[in-house]
Design a protein around this ligand. Sequence first.
Ligand SMILES: [Zn+2]
Length: 661
Amino acid sequence: MMDKMQRLRELTQEVAAHARRYYEQDAPVIADKQYDALFDELVALEQELGVSLPDSPTHRVGGAPLERFAPHTHLGRLWSLGKAQSKEQVLAFLQKTRRSEREEYLLEYKFDGLTISLTYENGLLVCAASRGNGVTGEEITAQVKTIRSIPLRIPFQGRMEVQGEGIMRLSVLSKYNETALEPLKNARNGAAGALRNLDPKVTAARQLDAFLYSVGYLEGREPFATQTEMLEFLRQNGFPVSPYERLFQGEEALLQALDEIEAERDRLDFLIDGAVIKLNDCAYRQALGFTDRFPRGALAYKFEAEETTTKLLDVRWEVGRTGKLTPSAQLEPVELAGVTVKAATLNNAGDIERKHLAIGADVFIRRSNDVIPEVLGRTDTRYPDERPILPPTSCPACGADVEQRGAHLFCTNEDCPPKLVAALSHFAGREAMDIEGFSDKTAELLLAEGIVRTPAELMGLSAKHLEGLPLFKDKRIQNLVEAVERAKTRPLDAFLFALGIPNVGRKTARDLAEAYGSLEGVMSADREALMQLPDVGETVADSICGFFQSQRGKALVDGLLAQGVTPTWERKKELGDAFLGKTVVLTGTLSSMGRSRAKELIERHGGKVTGSVSSKTDLVVYGQDAGSKLTKAQSLGIPLLDEAGFLAVLGEDLEPEGKTL
Ligand SMILES: [Zn+2]
């Protein structure tokens, strides 16, 4: 028996150490299979002996479900913070609490998850609880133990309570939702729901994470002098702490940092809903005490909300360039992050079904800075007048049949008006034929008037077609006609891109132009030859061949040529030799241009710029203060080109910076 207990102790430590290396440091030293074997041995031994050590990694996978949550009284109260919605309120706080110019404030993220409190005794996690009302919460120890980043054992031996936030990373959420039968509405609900689920296995499946930011109760060491010291202590004891932690003295820098955090929040892999400003001096903060509800020495600055709920009024199906029908949610207008939101995207019919959406239901919507609002899910309130959302059986724009391809519906009509409008807009776009003054609205108008339906008709546009149209005055007519005329001599790469060949973007169009030099050349290229080009695989090659062989593709090209379109291409001869198809590394500082400009020029001439020198590198272009990359290239015998040589090769092709390619 003693031997077995000894083995249990050893195994617990060994498996825990491997788990740490694997999950936290991402540096496993044994194979998964060996780890699994050790883990299984530990599970078997724990079952045989009927015990498991408090820091056993087996707790991480979640034990038996609980019948109910037991109440837990916190050793130290968890306070909520006073909230500021404006910079004025932040300033008022700073002015009220500042003793001198040098008063230090610590700025941290305000995480958006579920607040948790962890109790450690003799170096072991003995209890975890939710915040509850701040005095009493619910005990969720088994659930919290599934969070791999929370240490079960720490070096510090005193009794203490650590406070923080249980969160779900956004990358984990999206992966979870890919296969989940019941997708989670957002990361906050994902974390809170998991931690407050009676079955710890459900918690484990959500792969939560946590950030700890405060010690709420402490025995066995000196009180912390500053907040930064406290965070350092947490870090040394292996707790995950906030990746953002900055000290400020001046007001201005702090206010600016608030804006920066708000602007950057969408790039984080977790939700934050504000920032927390704390006096760094703990004794002073303590001395300031509390109002009836909040501590006086800290403040939460709340960002504008990115999520809210509103009513789903209807779903409209919109047709895109490829004929794809995309559902758009029509919403009861609601204020969100500074704008009024009336519509939001839904991906496809399957998505609507998975989210159990219905017309008349209350839905969660989210809007971040640069992103179109999206519908995350619905609330649990069911209204008697809800109606199901039925995917259309015919195209809402033209009435033609629709067909299902993969998860999406498509209109089968080649001449469906929204498709034509989108194709015309693409054709006239800046990167394509660059017809200035030709917008979606223009396309819609000319299509509705029966003047232009195809790119060829657009290229045949003359002043007399436009006379008398609403909002078309003489000047505008002249400008548009001139822009069309100019477009007739656009370079070949722009022309190829304008055709809208599936899978052919701007770069592939340029590679095609450079490789073949003429439209005839590109049109007669065969599949195998195309696949020799950089970044052209089977799909793209098939797409290109298929397009030029199709009736539609031929008709489009013939029609354009008949209107006098003559795509031109001047092969950059010596450039072609220097960079075409080559892998180039840039290093050092070029005095004549920035790194991105040099990269652009090389790419424009068929080269590919990569970051590191290897045996696959064909050429190294170097400027001043070139370091190890140059040395490595020399040792590998890779051809080198200095700045003067680089400029000579580019020769007359150097255009002033900023000009559109
Ligand atoms: Zn249609």
